[in-house]
Design a protein around this ligand. Structure first.
Ligand SMILES: [Zn+2]
Length: 455
């Protein structure tokens, strides 16, 4: 009888049981003593542990009793490889930080090797902090793709296009060509979505902005861009093109449901409507915007209008970490104090932004962002044993205000357990960190050199 029952149950690969399962599905269902079953790269069941035990036999069991189970976090905007520039230049406004420090350091140090190892370091930090998908914008994205794939993470990786020489291209045509090759090489991968990423309206001219859009449309891949990050950008674009940045992009036919626009801080009412009505994804980066004193993005407005808003950390050079728990906490508090209204950004809304909202911003909501049957098997298990998590009344409040990235215990991406009990299984974390420190020594050295190369 027992044997008959055992064979009657369906075989699955991973079964997570127990704990509070926060699904982020359309009804925002939360299961106490819940369960998630995964087969291959897909979720095949979300419900109660009691029912799941009668239905499934698993190759790998994850006991989440007393813990929180939720969709993996989506970091909607970052520059992963810049982790090796963490803390290199701080306390400066964006234009000075970028022109006087970041671009010169990148000219000397950003190469294929740096991008590979820098991205690996970023993946280590993100996996340990509960991120399962990230959206990247940098150079040598083929190397970022290799590192990300080895780490077992999911990502949208945008190859940067600029109108001046960049670390991997001497001119914009070269950038587009690099992106084209990268897209062709990686399109259709189960973890990596290749993309093209013109840096911003103030660093890329209309011709290249449009050429990149044509490439994204032709290949059916995302188009990633920084937009309306600072007031000085708005002034520059108005002076040059007679329009605000979002209106300018709209006039070029760029906005749309394959676009991810990062920052969107300085927007008129018309620009908010343009972003929302065109289905353009919006990546909110509050800590970077605060640190560079760029401003406060009108996120509650954009969400009220039905915009696709995700949450991002931006790069580690402007944050200075890739911690989505810190970012969630900041987001809730920033919008409350900015509006002097403590209801402006409730905890649940912030969790939405970090999960399903991020999936929508990246135009991947049919695949990720919630725990639902048929979606990709991306989830995290958060421990509740730490003093900072004790006791627990409301799970959304806990995720946003009490949880620390160190509370993330287990991470599953595309059905693969990539971290178990805080040990990353897809890489040697110590070796990855050592390589990051080694690269930083070269970076520090290069910054001491004169521009002509002499020291
Ligand atoms: Zn950025």
């Amino acid at each position: 009888m027992l044997e008959y029952e055992a064979t009657d149950r369906e075989d699955v690969d991973v079964l997570v049981t127990g704990g509070t399962v926060v699904t982020m599905d359309g009804d925002r269902n939360v299961y106490q003593d819940g369960a998630v079953a995964m087969k291959g790269d897909e979720i095949v069941y979300v419900g109660t542990a009691e029912e799941a035990r009668t239905l499934y036999d698993a190759k790998e069991d994850v006991d989440a009793s007393g813990k929180i189970v939720m969709p993996g976090l989506v970091n909607a905007h970052t520059h992963a490889a810049m982790s090796v520039y963490r803390g290199m230049a701080d306390d400066l406004p964006l234009m000075e930080w970028l022109q006087d420090y970041i671009f010169p350091a990148e000219a000397k140090n950003t190469n294929a090797d740096m991008v590979y190892h820098g991205t690996k370091l970023a993946c280590a930090e993100m996996i340990k902090g509960g991120t399962t998908t990230f959206c990247d914008m940098y150079y040598f994205e083929d190397q970022a793709a290799k590192a990300t794939k080895e780490a077992g993470m999911r990502a949208v990786l945008g190859e940067t296009v600029l109108d001046f020489p960049s670390p991997d291209s001497v001119d914009p045509a070269g950038g587009i060509k690099y992106a084209e090759t990268f897209i062709k090489d990686w399109k259709g991968d189960d973890l990596i979505t290749p993309a093209v990423a013109p840096h911003a309206p103030y660093t890329v001219g209309p011709q290249s902005l449009k050429a990149a859009k044509d490439l994204a449309d032709k290949e059916g891949v995302p188009y990633i861009i920084h937009l309306s990050e600072t007031q000085s950008e708005v002034e520059q674009i108005k002076e040059k093109h007679g329009k605000t940045p979002t209106e300018y992009l709209n006039s070029l036919g760029i906005l749309g449901d394959n676009v991810v626009a990062a920052h969107c801080v300085w927007l008129t009412e018309n620009e908010k409507d343009l972003l929302v009505n065109t289905g353009t994804g919006i990546a909110h980066n509050p800590e970077s915007n605060m640190k560079l004193a760029s401003g406060v993005a009108p996120i509650p407005d954009l969400m009220d209008k039905g915009g696709y808003v995700g949450l991002g950390t931006d790069g580690a050079a402007s944050n200075n970490d890739l911690d989505m728990f810190g970012e969630m906490d900041t987001t809730a508090k920033l919008h409350k104090i900015h509006s002097m209204d403590c209801t402006a950004m409730p905890a649940q809304r912030v969790v939405e932004m970090a999960t399903i909202g991020g999936a929508q911003a990246l135009h991947m909501e049919d695949k990720i962002g919630s725990l639902e049957t048929g979606k990709k098997a991306d989830l995290i298990v958060i421990g509740t044993d730490s003093a900072n998590m004790t006791p627990m009344y409301n799970v959304y409040s806990h995720i946003v205000y009490a949880a620390d990235h160190n509370d993330v215990e287990t991470s599953i991406i595309n059905g693969q357990v990539v971290m178990r009990d805080r040990e990353i299984l897809t890489m040697n974390e110590d070796a990855v960190k050592a390589k990051g420190r080694e690269i930083a020594e070269h970076v520090a050295e290069s910054l001491r050199e004169e521009p002509d190369g002499s020291s």
